[in-house]
Design a binder for this molecule. Sequence first.
Ligand SMILES: [Zn+2]
Ligand SMILES: [Zn+2]
Length: 144
Amino acid sequence: MADRINGSVCLNHPNTPAVKRCAVCSKPLCADCVQMHDGVPYCSDLCWDNAKRTGLLVKNVEANKKSVAVKVFIRKVIYLIIIAALVYGGYYYYTHNKSKVDAQLKKAKSTTEQKLQEGKKSIEKGLPGDSKYKRDREKMVNEN
Ligand SMILES: [Zn+2]
Ligand SMILES: [Zn+2]
């Protein structure tokens, strides 16, 4: 047997070679006596209970916490890579299509300026002379 413990025999069966040691009390155990819980060998329910209440379980909990922290870290790194890729992609697009982007920006700017000018003109002109609102206002002023 590959995982046979050299020279040890089971504490309960002196004629049977031991294959594992109890993770809590280190008793040598044969394949029939060993109890496996979460991949860890124990000699008895007593040792398993002790393990659950003390060190071994704490170690497992810490290992779980660590693996969760690693997962969160990896997720953050992936998000950062995606954001960096988007930013770089935008930058790459801009540098390789600079004239196009600039032309679009210029166009947008001139359109905005044109709209502003039109707005300004229409305010300067005031309301159109034939507007119902203006006629009504003039009528009211004349009546008073
Ligand atoms: Zn034990
Ligand atoms: Zn045994």
